[in-house]
Design a protein around this ligand. Structure first.
Ligand code: FHN
Length: 621
């Protein structure tokens, strides 16, 4: 049996299976650029385009996790508590009666809504999503539904969400709410609190009616009627919620504010758009809108001792990678209980904003890359008539090369300063191979990503093959393979990163077709993935020892998967990638080639073989 997962559909197929709360996606074929026919949009598509316009234009938003958890800030009774800061109540099993007392110490006298919104605006963010109620059940607004709220239970007595709504309105930033609909550790009819409400609740097959109809809908009604137009409701962690309840919430939100979008984490695939896993940059390119939430350090809610800040370089890489895959990047800050956004966050956001001021055209309202393969130097976004090359590794020899573009380029320039760049296009008809060579200055305009704009004639036409890159490397990503199996169905599936996981049987294999430009001798390198880094770390995040067989061009290479070295991908730093070189192959003819990877013996069956890609790397002479 063979199952071809096309690039634009595979994440769609699998997202729902692997990420809690990710919406299932409808499968529709993308327009065929070669066909030349302009398909008529259905009324539903046009309506969706209208509702999503601001979201697609924005591409970049600010997430804010702010709540009572900012008071203990990761430390409970003198002990540092592992994990993300806003989970302290759960991790330390703090009884409700004790946790409630934190409200007395929550006095954010330094809070300034305009100042927070300015930080977002200066960073180039176009929307802001704040926790109106997180899993701890505490409402960060003046709620008439529950007295467990900031205006009644704290000495501060203000409603910061009212102030933020007004500040966003003034600044032209879309305002939105996070709302934890399922976990509410303050309520017995919700999910999550097994320490106050003992876990013998076998009967609990859904969110309790009193909680759902009372607190959840009551508070959502307040949020959707008292704070002006709301861009979206960011639901989270669907667990107990039934499909009917998820749909009920979607309808409830749309009834109160028809244009308000609903995040996929409302559950059961009924949200308006998809959500990738936390800190997970999806391969995207589905026909659904999607977003990924990312932390600036490792926590969402403030933790006084979490100093593992991502660099500006990594943040920009993530932002651009997400845009290049048609997604939105929602970057989180966790303010202190005094109401201050930590300075390291502000510093990085300012630098991101400086880059966006110059290069924002390549991100706002952009669409993803038309290419099937990644570029060795960075990534690509597009707009009608334009391709934006985001170059993270600026060429040292002054020549930036792009393979596979068939359109005529009418002009090439650096986005910074609109300086023209010399361009040469060549074509080898026998190989159906097109190359663009750009003569770029020695010094990159940006220390992070320098953007080269290609103005092209017509809609992008690209070679759909996986082409060997100008560096000589052939990169065959797991999700770009055809899965073959001798079993009734394969066990292998792909996570949001496009990584093959659950490869636990010898029945499955992966097969790629690719285009070789420069024949030669190549090292065969397997790039595998550890499980996501957790705090505290999981005991054994990776399994090796699998015996594999690679077949290409009539040659066979056997090997064992080992962690000979590790890579940390800049855009997905929570997943270290163990690397194994298993041998060499000689490919002596340019043109179409195939490569098959078989698992001859899977050693560990917990995770199995977790494959990112097979690479053919020119062997050193
Ligand atoms: O449990 C939450 C977590 O605290 C945080 O809010 C993140 C943000 O995406 N969502 C949940 C975990 O996925």
């Amino acid at each position: 049996m063979s199952l071809r997962l096309r690039r634009w559909t595979f994440a769609a197929l699998l997202a729902a299976a692997v990420v809690p709360g990710v919406a299932a996606q409808t499968q529709t074929a993308p327009p065929d650029p070669e066909a030349g026919a302009v398909s008529k949009k259905s009324a539903a598509d046009s309506e969706r385009d209208r509702r999503f316009k601001w979201f697609r234009d924005a591409r970049f938003g600010m997430f804010i996790h702010w709540g009572l958890y900012a008071v203990p800030a990761g430390t409970w009774k003198g002990k540092k508590i592992d994990g993300i800061g806003e989970w302290i109540m759960n991790r330390a099993k703090i009884p409700i009666s004790e946790y409630e007392l934190l409200a007395k110490d929550f006095n954010p006298v330094k809070f300034d809504a305009d100042a927070w919104v300015k930080v977002a605006k200066d960073a180039g963010m176009k929307y802001l999503v704040i926790t109106s109620k997180h899993h701890d059940g505490f409402a960060m607004f003046d709620s008439a539904t529950s007295r467990y709220d900031i205006a009644e239970a704290t000495p501060w007595k203000r409603d910061p969400l009212k102030e933020l709504a007004a500040a966003c309105q003034k600044a032209g930033i879309k305002f939105a709410f996070y709302y934890s609909q399922d976990q509410d550790w303050h309520e017995s009819e919700a999910s999550g609190n097994e320490w106050d409400f003992p876990s013998d609740r076998e009967w609990k097959k859904s969110l309790g009616r009193g909680y759902f109809e009372g607190k959840v809908k009551g508070q959502l009604r307040e949020l959707l009627t008292g704070y002006g137009p709301i861009g979206l409701i960011w639901f989270d962690t669907p667990k107990l919620i039934t499909k009917e309840q998820s749909q009920d919430l979607v309808d409830f939100v749309h009834k109160l504010q028809p244009d308000c979008l609903v995040s996929g984490r409302v559950g059961h695939g009924v949200g308006d758009y998809d959500s990738a896993g936390d800190n997970q940059i999806s391969v995207g390119n589905t026909d659904r809108d999607w977003e990924t939430p990312v932390t600036l350090n490792d926590t969402w809610g403030f933790k006084s001792y979490d100093d593992n800040w991502k660099t500006t370089h990594v943040l920009l890489r993530q932002l651009v990678e997400v845009a290049s895959r048609n997604g939105n990047y929602l970057l989180n800050v966790g303010p202190t209980s005094e109401g201050i956004i930590p300075q390291p966050s502000i510093d990085r956001l300012r630098e991101v904003g400086e880059w966006m001021k110059v290069n924002g055209d390549a991100v706002y309202g952009s669409q993803g890359t038309p290419f099937a393969h990644d570029q060795s130097w960075g990534t690509v976004t597009s707009k009608p008539g334009k391709l934006y090359l985001h170059v993270f590794d600026w060429p040292k020899n002054g020549s930036l090369v792009v393979y596979g573009l068939k359109n005529k380029i009418t002009r090439a320039s650096l986005l910074a300063g609109n300086k023209p760049v010399k361009v040469a296009q060549t074509r080898v008809a026998a190989l159906d191979h097109d190359a663009v060579r750009l003569s770029v200055p020695a010094k990159p305009p940006s220390p992070h990503a320098s953007v080269v704009v290609l103005e092209i004639e017509g809609a992008p036409k690209v070679d759909a093959s996986l082409i060997q890159q100008p560096t000589g490397v052939v990169e065959l990503k797991a999700h770009q393979a055809k899965i073959e199996t001798t079993a009734a169905k394969p066990t292998v599936r792909f996570d949001n990163r496009g990584v093959a996981e659950r490869w636990t049987t010898e029945a499955d294999s992966l097969k790629w077709e690719f285009k070789l430009v420069e024949p030669g001798t190549f090292d065969v390198v397997l790039v595998t993935s550890e499980q996501k880094i957790r705090h505290p770390p999981t005991a054994d995040p990776w399994e090796g020892g699998h015996k594999v067989l690679v077949e290409t061009n009539g040659q066979k290479v056997n090997g064992t998967v080992e962690a000979q070295s590790k890579r940390i991908p800049p855009h997905n730093p929570y997943w270290p990638l163990p690397i194994t070189k298993i041998g060499q192959v000689k490919l002596d003819k340019a043109g179409k080639q195939t490569l098959t990877l078989k698992a001859e013996q899977i050693a560990g069956k917990r995770f199995g073989l977790t494959l990112v890609s097979v690479e053919l790397v020119p062997a050193k002479k």
